[in-house]
Write a protein that binds this ligand. Structure first.
Ligand SMILES: Cc1cc2nc3c(=O)[nH]c(=O)nc-3n(C[C@H](O)[C@H](O)[C@H](O)COP(=O)(O)O)c2cc1C
Length: 170
């Protein structure tokens, strides 16, 4: 196995399917946020999440300043939002295109499948990204959450297989 080049690395790790979220925070000028798929639950006791943010992300600076962030898990019908929040469009344009509300001082996207609000715990260096860990303040999910938006192989996708009950809790 040879050391991969950048494209090979991206393509290969892109084969791991992920959900799609918007990571968000408030700044004086209003809400800020970016599409993020490098998002994961981290700990149950205490309840913690982690998100990996690009050092070039404007939203990272807002999260750092605010000390608090939100994670809105996008549904299959929110692909346009995933695409817009992945751009460098003005935050007014991003947030003007969705319905959102303030939860505990964090902007969260209405119509998302699930929402988590966290206080920043640590910001850990990780190459050209940082790992932001957060202590969970609040979680909220719809009673009947719809289907999630999936990102895989560089494409947005929908789940289309029958749900399998699986092996239970892990
Ligand atoms: C499907 C998808 C997943 C992404 N995941 C991440 C991520 O986990 N972390 C990150 O920093 N950027 C991620 N991005 C890129 C950011 O959304 C993009 O850099 C955005 O322009 C940042 O906006 P901002 O500068 O307003 O924060 C992703 C983009 C796409 C399309």
């Amino acid at each position: 196995m040879a050391a991969p080049d950048r494209n090979e690395f991206r393509q290969t790790v892109g084969l791991l399917p992920t959900g799609v979220t918007v990571v968000s925070a408030f700044q004086d000028a209003g809400p800020a946020g970016a599409t993020a798929s490098a998002v994961c639950s981290l700990s149950l006791e205490p309840m913690m999440m982690l998100v990996c943010l690009d050092l070039g992300s404007r939203s990272l600076e807002v999260v750092r300043e605010a000390g608090r962030f939100g994670i809105s898990v996008l549904g299959e019908g929110q692909r346009a939002s995933a695409e817009l929040f992945a751009t460098k469009a003005e935050q007014e344009e991003k947030w003007g295109s969705v319905r959102w509300r303030d939860r505990l001082g964090v902007p969260i996207i209405e119509g998302s499948l699930a929402r988590v609000v966290c206080d920043v715990a640590e910001i850990i260096p990780g190459g050209d990204h940082v790992i932001v860990t957060g202590e969970v303040l609040e979680v909220e999910a719809d009673d009947e959450p719809g289907e999630p938006l999936i990102y895989h192989g560089g494409l947005f996708r929908r789940l289309d297989a029958e749900a399998d009950p699986g092996a239970g809790e892990f």
